[in-house]
Design a protein around this ligand. Structure first.
Ligand code: SF4
Length: 126
């Protein structure tokens, strides 16, 4: 059965409205894209949507109670909720450096989760 799906390209400020037409899961065409990036974006969103995970984890003995973290690459969108839930149970010890691995191999994806900033201890040690 043929059907269409709408997306908005996020690759540049033009935000082209995209219409992907598929038949039984096979992509037939992408309309509305001003360039190839939009076509690739719509195809990826339809076949294998992925997102970078951004959240916070608890910090012990830090100048802030929470540390912002992010995945180093996008993971399958269907795993994002589970990823955020698993990171909610993690606590790290200050000090922490930007880019430090907080959790390796997130949910078996091969993608690491790293700190998005430096965070000192309450006593000021880096
Ligand atoms: S399709 Fe091309 S021009 Fe349009 S928003 Fe995406 S990147 Fe920008």
């Amino acid at each position: 059965m043929r059907s269409s799906h709408e997306f908005t390209c996020i690759n540049c400020p033009l935000s082209c409205p995209l219409e992907l037409v598929e038949e039984d899961g096979r992509v037939l065409e992408v309309k509305g894209a001003e360039c190839r990036l939009g076509e690739k974006y719509a195809e990826a969103e339809f076949t294998d949507p992925r997102r970078v995970v951004t959240t916070t984890v608890t910090v012990r003995n830090g100048t802030l109670p929470l540390l912002p973290v992010r995945s180093t690459e996008a993971i399958p969108r269907r795993l994002v909720r589970e990823a955020v839930e698993s990171l909610a149970s993690i606590a790290v010890e200050a000090p922490v450096k930007e880019g430090q691995v907080i959790l390796a191999d997130l949910l078996g994806t091969g993608v690491d989760v790293v700190s998005s900033r430096d965070l000192n201890t309450l006593s000021g040690h880096k």
